[in-house]
Design a protein around this ligand. Sequence first.
Ligand SMILES: Nc1nc2c(ncn2[C@@H]2O[C@H](COP(=O)(O)OP(=O)(O)O)[C@@H](O)[C@H]2O)c(=O)[nH]1
Ligand SMILES: [Mg+2]
Length: 333
Amino acid sequence: MKKNISSSEYKEGIIAGDRMILSKAITLVESSLPYEKFEASELIDQILPYTGRSIRIGITGVPGVGKSTFIESFGLQLTSQGRKVAVLSIDPSSSRNKGSILGDKTRMGKLSIETNAFIRPSPSGNQLGGIAQKTRENILLCEAAGFDVILIETVGVGQSETAVKELCDFVLLLMLAGGGDELQGIKRGIMELADMVAINKVDGENVKAGNIAKKAYQQALHLFPPNDNKWVVPVATISSLDADGISIIWPIIQEFKKLTTSNGHFEKNRQEQNLSWFRTGIDQALSSHFLENESTQSKISDLEEAISTGKISVKSAVNSVMDGLRNSTQTGL
Ligand SMILES: Nc1nc2c(ncn2[C@@H]2O[C@H](COP(=O)(O)OP(=O)(O)O)[C@@H](O)[C@H]2O)c(=O)[nH]1
Ligand SMILES: [Mg+2]
């Protein structure tokens, strides 16, 4: 393959569903080189008319709950029904170990060789905003390539759950039964992000505990005020490993889509996500534009030195950087 792919070759290849080109386009989007960033944003503009037609589903829950295993079962079910499934993940941790990437690949072994599936491990880094942005662009690329279901696994803990809400139409929260921590998720506010709760690993000796947990979650969810979109969050028990209970998930998502489309919340959610994307984009563009400047960088490192040696307060240092910014905008630099 040629080294340089032109932007029209990218566009045509993606729309034709060429996986090699799709993979390369994702690499381009994830690049931090300025000229590649520029190329990537042009490409996103070009493919935009071909996007938006998939359903974007977030899969969240603590590490080890079975997200990757679930995606394997659910994804295989969807591909067997003729759907094209793309799997992306979002991971804000910079110190992600290689083991987890390998682990995820083996857990999705069957899905990864399906012709109607495409699995792409996440870019990792320590700036969640940037990663979420890239995942969002990757969603668009996969949509333009004809994938009609996008599954997004949260890999890191904490913030990635909020990020996935910002990227998806529907969020499935996987939980575990037992351990008396049924209400933990509610306390952490995570339940508020979920459009559905599935208690996973309800197999073998875990069936009784699973059913108890299901009741506890149903009761707890009852105490929440009704959602604006009128959706009542369902609770199910599943076994991702045995592919048990998985078949009810897709019809539930369809019901969700039907309800929220008819009351306008589906589109409203996407519009709000777009606006928030725009605002984050401005924040990032401003700060990177400003920080790329060499004199700013050297000023910042001087100030860092001054902060470490106690010569200046953090607040004064920030003010000093901002004064520099104000002066440069005034002089048009
Ligand atoms: N018994 C049982 N084990 C499961 C089930 N789902 C996942 N596991 C196991 O739980 C472990 C973690 O699964 P994984 O999918 O990697 O979790 P993730 O970190 O949330 O992606 C693996 O050893 C899986 O085989 C299930 O439904 N039942
Ligand atoms: Mg996983």
